[in-house]
Design a protein around this ligand. Sequence first.
Ligand code: ADP
Length: 302
Amino acid sequence: MSIQLTEISKTYGAQKAVNAISFEAKKGEIVGFLGPNGAGKSTTMKILTGFIQPSNGSVLVSGINVITNPIEAQKKIGYLPEHNPLYLDMYVKEYLQFQASLHKVDKVKVAEVIEQVGLSVESHKKINQLSKGYRQRVGLAAAILHNPEVLILDEPTTGLDPNQLVEIRELIKELGKDKTVLLSTHIMQEVEAVCDRVIIINKGEIVIDKPISELKTDAKQVIRVTFDYKLEEQFIKRLPNIKAFKNTVENNWILTFETTEDMRPVIFDFAQENGLKILGLNTENKNLESLFRELTTQKTDV
Ligand code: ADP
């Protein structure tokens, strides 16, 4: 196992930021770490990377005890903190060479990493001349310079525009092929697009730890559809895999299906067969998003 966190707690005064959490992650896995603000994500990541000490529990990274042997463990870890700390007055290449010297990494490696993260064109610029997307690439480049087995990325896509977001996600996926990646984010679609597994943390406790593939099978598919005239319920009941339906106004329906098959083409065929026209159709992303709300608000209410 690349990451083994066992019964980790962290207390600040009277407050438990993290309460006896345990999880493991192996090579080739990209794990999405989700939770509302203040849930304990950054605290967990800082403990994992040896930046802060837990009050209790044990942390192993690539079999090395992070608490008793942080320096050795950090050689196995690449960490991109939430507020990517860069020296803005340095040139990209100069900064990465400086980072390489800290890690005692051969400078030849810098050119290789610049290429790998797609920074070649920008590498002659000062960091403060770069867009947020390219600054994140510099942060990622610095994190992977020493070829760590484990990558800890704290909200790596926050503040990126949609194009940069796609590019950084692709890069993370590529890097994740032969590493273990723990990625915190607020964006559900990001977890679905990039991760193999999701861990949701709420009020310092893990409330779910599941492969994405299992979430998709559990998931219900909710589609809002507007036909060109009012239908009787008995027609709607004929749709395959239909589990629930609601006629909101006039010709609008909220249809819930229990299947992993994309039901949109089926609805189009159904409309055509029944001489109907579809005036509107939207899929609601119910799966991870609704699960997140369910698991993290439930707890707040108690
Ligand atoms: P997240 O990253 O999920 O937003 P954090 O791990 O930053 O959550 O914080 C978890 C809880 O611990 C929050 O209630 C936060 O206020 C508290 N906390 C974090 N760091 C400190 C600190 N240095 N001192 C006191 N409380 C802290």
